[in-house]
Design a protein around this ligand. Structure first.
Ligand code: AMP
Length: 282
């Protein structure tokens, strides 16, 4: 496995691979790798000749009061895990390499960014699209791998790719969970011992909500069920609980084939998100 820090070097390697006719799978991450990231890498490995993983804590997707500085990092461990997942190149640029100038052109997503996390993180998805656009332009991947854990991000990126005709296929990867149901996340290490014990209740609440929806087909009752369970079991504060059509993220109506039941909870030091995808037609 090769570690590359410069855009120029990465471009050279990509060109060489493309000349040899290799397909390229791309896995963007912010590092502090866990089994969720590795599931993306595994799928990329199975479906492409060559796999590139980026590890970059992207400052433009963090708000001023958010956890950019405190975001967990461990490059050495990440490199070992990526090598174990048979990744071909790990791209680890520094901030200057990706953003040599500040205050340049911004990218603003549409209505999909006005709901869920977009409400409390107003410029978050601008930053996500900016870095993803840069990566797509540098790597030109055949397939790009994103986790359903960040369902809103995935929906916005699918729209971005369609709207702007990027020549890459977006692959959705299901959420990997701890044994107790908590969605794997780099941010889980920032939970206190007590919060870590409580946190699996998020998934449990979503599962209960899903059952209510399947039984009653009533959004209000579904969201209420999730809220009730989280409030009874978690000391953190609910940011949102929301049932929306997927991937449009519009209000759900009976004609929609898929929906997500999503929630975000703010704990003392960290904010966790989770969701369930539901088939809602038929
Ligand atoms: P991050 O490093 O948190 O930006 O995540 C990088 C990629 O890994 C994103 O596409 C995430 O959706 C995905 N990811 C994060 N956690 C999980 C998980 N538990 N299961 C599957 N994919 C995940």
């Amino acid at each position: 496995m090769k570690i590359i820090n410069s855009i120029e070097q990465l471009r050279k390697d990509v060109i060489r691979r493309k000349e040899e006719g290799d397909t390229i799978g791309f896995v963007p991450t912010m590092g502090y790798l866990h089994e969720g990231h590795l599931a993306l890498a595994k799928q990329a490995r199975a479906e492409n000749d060559f796999v590139i993983m980026s590890i970059f804590v992207n400052p433009t997707q963090f708000g001023p009061a958010e956890d950019y500085e405190k975001y967990p990092r461990n490059e050495q461990r990440d490199v070992a895990l990526a090598a174990g997942a048979d990744v071909d190149i790990v791209f680890m640029p520094d901030v200057k390499e990706m953003y040599p100038r500040v205050g340049t052109i911004d990218i603003t997503p549409g209505v999909q960014a006005n709901v869920l996390c977009g409400k409390t993180r107003p410029s978050h998805f601008d930053g996500v699209l900016k870095i993803i656009l840069k990566f797509f332009n540098i790597i030109n991947p055949d397939r790009s791998y994103f986790g359903m854990k960040d369902a809103q991000q995935l929906a916005i990126i699918e729209t971005f790719v369609e709207d702007f005709n990027f020549n890459t296929t977006i692959e959705r990867v299901p959420t990997k969970r701890e044994k107790d149901g908590l969605a794997k996340s780099s941010r889980n290490v920032r939970l206190t011992e007590q919060e870590r014990l409580e946190a699996p209740a998020i998934y449990e609440a979503l599962k209960r909500g899903k059952e209510i929806f399947e039984e009653k087909k009533d959004i209000q009752q579904t969201e209420d069920e999730v809220r009730k369970y989280i409030e009874a079991n978690i000391s953190g504060e609910i940011d949102y609980i929301s049932f929306l059509a997927y991937p449009s993220l519009e209000p759900w109506t009976t004609g929609d084939e898929e929906a997500i039941l999503a929630c975000a909870v703010q704990f003392e030091q960290t904010r966790l998100i989770d969701n369930l995808l539901l088939t809602t037609k038929g």
